[in-house]
Design a binder for this molecule. Structure first.
Ligand SMILES: [Zn+2]
Ligand SMILES: [Zn+2]
Length: 338
């Protein structure tokens, strides 16, 4: 089978690999679509603990072509989305229900072969059955949507709160929709790219702001009077994290959702956190949120179609890497069957 392989930090090849060997608890998927994520770029540059060589790709959907004898509920021909995060079930954190903080966490597409390949071996318990009415391309976004659902839970938006979303890449555009569903009064989106601002407005943002050519603070204060009740940082930069803290109202919540490079540092004033009684929260992956993400997509409550900017073949992976994170790209899907 054809696959993308990261061979060492900064290097990849598109090559032939044997189709993986099935175990009794496994499913073999013919991968339909696998999304390129910021995390893939961090992995490519060796910024995550990864054992090279590895087939990357952790946001994927496919059709089951083989099912192990021990797999229940899912059979050949079923459409599934993959939860790439595999937990041990017995460590301190797993036994407290905080499975995403598992000390032995491994992930398909990170330290095990993932979805940038024609076929992928997936433990049966990591697969979520999809209704056949849900396009498999949309289902490739179940994983990032599940991460955002966890983030929205962490953000504790109250009905009627004003929410500021910083950054309107694929994640910011999902967060905009989830903030609406969570009952925000006004969803304000800050984004320098005009195309992305237009998309944010289409997908439910009440106010869009260009932070380069407009006075972001002034506009946020005009819309909220006191600052945003909840600020969701979806860029993953130290500077936008600082901006997020600055734009929350007194008593506000700041969700740092975008993934920065591990070494980046932001400056915060502890006095500010005290005097403005701020809550600064993180959100890591997607514990117990995949089923909700599948439901949101299946019911059309979250629209991911406009987020898909490119559909590329495995052979064009280099092009995908070059495009990822640029204003010209939103979600890039790799289509191994094409
Ligand atoms: Zn991802
Ligand atoms: Zn564990």
């Amino acid at each position: 089978m054809k696959a993308v392989v990261f061979t060492e930090p900064g290097k990849f090849i598109v090559t032939d690999r044997p189709v993986p060997q099935m175990g009794p608890g496994d499913l073999l998927l013919k991968v339909d679509s696998c999304g390129v994520c910021g995390t893939d770029i961090h992995i490519f540059h060796g910024e995550h603990f990864v054992e090279f060589p590895v087939i990357p790709g952790h946001e994927y959907s496919g059709v089951v072509v083989e099912a192990g004898s021990e797999v229940k509920y899912i059979t050949i021909g079923d459409h599934v989305a993959v939860d790439p995060n595999i937990v041990c079930g017995v460590c301190h954190f797993c036994r407290r229900g905080q499975i995403h903080l598992c000390e032995k966490l491994t992930a398909l597409g990170v330290n095990m072969d993932g979805g940038f390949a024609e076929y992928s071996l997936v433990p049966g318990k990591q697969a979520y059955l999809l209704p056949k009415s849900l396009p498999l391309e949309h289902a490739a976004l179940v994983e990032p949507l599940a991460c955002c659902v966890h983030g929205i839970d962490q953000a504790e938006i109250g009905v009627g709160d004003d929410v500021l979303v910083i950054g309107a890449g694929p994640i910011g555009l999902i967060m905009t929709q989830l903030a609406r569903l969570a009952g925000a009064r006004r969803v304000i989106v800050s984004e320098p790219s005009e195309t992305r601002r237009e998309l944010a407005a289409e997908l439910g943002a009440d106010i869009v702001i260009d932070p380069i050519n407009q006075d972001l603070r002034g506009e946020v204060l005009k819309a909220t009077e006191v600052g945003a009740g909840v600020v969701i940082e979806c860029v993953g930069k130290a500077s936008t994290a600082e901006q997020a803290i600055g734009l929350a109202k007194r008593g506000g919540m700041i969700l740092l959702f975008g993934v920065t490079s591990p070494g980046e540092e932001s400056r915060i004033k502890p006095y500010d956190v005290f005097f403005r009684e701020l809550t600064i929260r993180g959100s890591f992956i997607n514990p117990f949120t995949h089923a909700r993400a599948v439901n949101l997509l299946a019911e059309g409550k979250v629209n991911v179609e406009p987020l898909i900017s490119h559909r590329l073949r495995l052979e064009d992976f280099g092009k995908a890497l070059a495009l990822a994170g640029t204003p010209a790209a939103a979600k890039i899907l790799i289509k191994p069957g094409d």
